[in-house]
Design a protein around this ligand. Structure first.
Ligand code: UT7
Length: 322
């Protein structure tokens, strides 16, 4: 154990497909209306990967930008953790593909799959690796092409998801602040509410997302509220002291309900679900990236990253931005 080592965010990046799919366009694909989608979810449009884009290529773009932002050479990265459930291959992991793509010749790499909770899980694991002294420079990526696993004939799910990637470069140092706490939990009894069968053909649509939206919604509000309270409490932060929550972007109504339950104003939650829909493990790092770029995150601020997803799973991370 290296004494006093804290994990700090030193670089950030995103990778987004250029193709935009609007609610209006979806009206010509399934029996839906732009009004229903926006009023029930807050989503206006989402990005969809083209045939020459992939979970790997979007993650690679995000990773390269995070390295550039940090001014770090790929050869200095020691570990790459990718959160995804939509890699192109059963194996190798997307993390291995990115390791080769950025030429991080000294890095080990692996994927984590806790669905939409993935980025929070990956941060938590990376933080443990850094604080234990095992690695100092860890690249964490969340990348997804949800469009490849949604059933485009099922209006109850296909309108919700989008594609994208986000990355953070984490580094250990003795500087104060950084990642203060992380919590994760799982409720495997909720597996039937959200799943994809791992079958390598789509003859009977088994490898498409199946979801009981109402059950997931109820879990989501509870999980977001609990994960925020638990990670903040563990970090010694009271709810009113939280400057900004960066939540998983699944549905604006879930975020609004969690804000009410926490008695926090909605303007302390970063939201961009209107532009990207639910990008699963990529949603938290994309939202964090945009908050940084927009100047909403300043040194000394106390942030909570919070997510929930299939599993069912949930988690939260408290960060003091340094
Ligand atoms: O990252 C985790 C992933 N998933 C989630 O976070 C999803 C959590 N759940 C939700 O966000 C919401 O439950 C949904 C957005 C999925 C659905 O919203 P809802 O308010 O719970 O609607 P509902 O499922 O209760 O359906 C209400 C009605 C139904 O019609 P009837 O039975 O009342 O006649 C649906 O058939 O809305 C209908 N409906 C639609 N109508 C137009 C469902 N999807 C659509 C659609 N367009 N796309």
């Amino acid at each position: 154990m290296s004494d006093g080592q804290q994990t700090h965010v030193i670089g950030w990046g995103i990778g987004l497909p250029t193709q935009i799919l609007t609610n209006e366009k979806l009206e010509s694909i399934v029996d839906t209306s732009s009004h229903w989608i926006q009023s029930r979810t807050g989503i206006v449009e989402r990005r969809i990967a083209s045939t020459d884009e992939s979970t790997y290529s979007l993650g690679l773009t995000a990773a390269k930008q995070a390295l550039h932002e940090a001014g770090m050479l790929a050869s200095d990265v020691e570990m790459i953790v990718v959160a995804t459930s939509t890699g192109e291959y059963g194996f190798p992991a997307v993390a291995n593909q990115i390791q080769h793509g950025i030429e991080a010749d000294h890095a080990a790499a692996f994927d984590i799959n806790t669905a939409c909770t993935g980025f929070v899980s990956a941060i938590s694991v990376a933080d443990s690796l850094i604080r234990s002294g095992q690695h100092n420079n860890v690249l964490v990526v969340g990348s997804e092409t949800m469009s490849r696993i949604v059933d485009w004939t099922d209006r109850s799910t296909c309108v919700l998801f989008g594609d994208g990637a986000g990355a953070l470069l984490l580094q250990g140092s003795r500087k104060q602040g950084g990642i203060l706490s992380s919590v994760q939990w799982s409720d495997g009894s909720g597996a039937p509410y959200l799943y994809v069968e791992n079958i390598n053909h789509d003859v009977d649509r088994r490898n498409f997302i199946k979801m009981d939206g109402r059950e997931v919604f109820k879990f989501a509000v509870r999980a977001m509220t609990e994960a925020t309270i638990k990670s903040a409490t563990l970090a010694g932060i009271s709810i009113p002291e939280i400057d900004l929550v960066i939540p998983h972007q699944a549905n604006i109504r879930i975020i609004e309900a969690a804000a009410r339950a926490l008695d926090m104003p909605l303007d302390r939650f970063v939201t961009n679900v209107d532009k990207y829909g639910n990008t699963s493990a990529a949603s938290v790092p994309i939202a964090l990236y945009e908050a940084i770029i927009d100047g909403r995150i300043q040194s000394g601020m106390k942030l909570i990253l919070v997510a929930f997803g299939a599993g069912l799973s949930a988690g939260g991370v408290a960060i003091e931005w340094a």
